[in-house]
Design a protein around this ligand. Structure first.
Ligand code: PXL
Length: 272
């Protein structure tokens, strides 16, 4: 019998090293049995040592990609990663409204507010952070910042439970339904605590910290695993819980590739 899988749309940049960006998203969608659709926003030139540069795709080409697949194939859930410029962010927000993706529609939308690579290279032009806050967050079912992005977006430095909660509340003010503050970048702890919050329900997800240098693409993989579960009909707490278990295995089975930071691995799911 022919099976037509659910679809998930990633609006993100390419990583020539294959571990982050749309490549991470497509690996994750595939490993979770979801058909990946792509609106490419930028082409980065990078390897395990870092990002050498990037060039953005014209905003009208980004929106044309979204409209082409949404109209014909249908989107069960969408996510954003690297968006590169304020112009692309504004165009994406407008287009998602037109194709009925995001808050207030039946199609969940995850915003991973990618600002920099883990090696510290900016993946967003200066003025674009404000556009993420004001244009995209109000459309989001869920936003998934790491602690560096939390600081850039809210000015709050998370050092423990109280500041994590304060950051989640500050992020909710920008208008998303749910906020996931990811604790993986908080060093000196042997657990990774993520906080999921919608203003009412406060859910702490605790995971073991896995000793590895190879975490390239981890944030993208987490967000696209959540998006995969949402595409298959899970509610937000269930999708985040499933994704947390998925990413833990991906980090545990990450591999060294190149002389720098290697990628997390979604392959374990296929081997099972
Ligand atoms: O992991 C964040 C990220 C997202 N998208 C692209 C990237 C990176 C990190 O390097 O290159 C295209």
């Amino acid at each position: 019998m022919t099976v037509v899988p659910r679809t998930a749309l990633t609006i993100a940049g390419s990583d020539s090293g294959g571990g982050a960006g749309v490549q991470a998203d497509l690996r994750t969608f595939f490993a979770n049995g979801v058909h990946g659709l792509v609106a490419l926003t930028a082409v980065t030139v990078q390897n395990s040592m870092g990002v050498l540069g990037f060039t953005e795709i014209p905003a009208d080409v980004v929106t044309a990609q979204i409209k082409a697949v949404a109209g014909d194939m249908g989107v069960h859930a969408a996510k954003t990663g690297m968006l590169a410029t304020a112009e692309i962010i504004r165009a994406v927000a407008k287009t998602l409204g037109e194709v009925h993706i995001g808050r207030g529609t039946r199609t969940p939308f995850v915003v991973d507010p990618v600002a920099a690579s883990m090696t510290g290279h900016a993946l967003l032009r200066e003025e674009a952070l404000e556009a993420i806050r004001t244009e995209l967050f109000p459309l989001a079912t869920l936003v998934t910042p790491n602690l560096d992005e939390v600081r850039l977006l809210t000015g709050i430095t998370v050092t423990g439970a109280a500041t994590r909660r304060a950051a989640a509340e500050a992020l909710l003010e920008f208008g998303p339904d749910w906020v996931l503050v990811k604790g993986g970048h908080l060093q000196d702890t042997d657990t990774c605590v993520d906080l999921l919050y919608d203003g009412t329900e406060l859910i702490e997800l605790s995971g073991e910290r896995i000793a590895t240098e190879n975490t390239h693409g981890g944030g993208d993989t987490m967000a696209s695993a959540i998006t995969s579960s949402l595409a298959k009909g899970a509610d937000v707490p269930t999708a985040v819980e499933q994704a947390k278990r998925f990413i833990e295995r991906c980090v545990a089975e990450s591999y060294p590739l190149g002389a720098g930071v290697g990628p997390v691995s979604p392959f374990w799911r296929l081997a099972d």
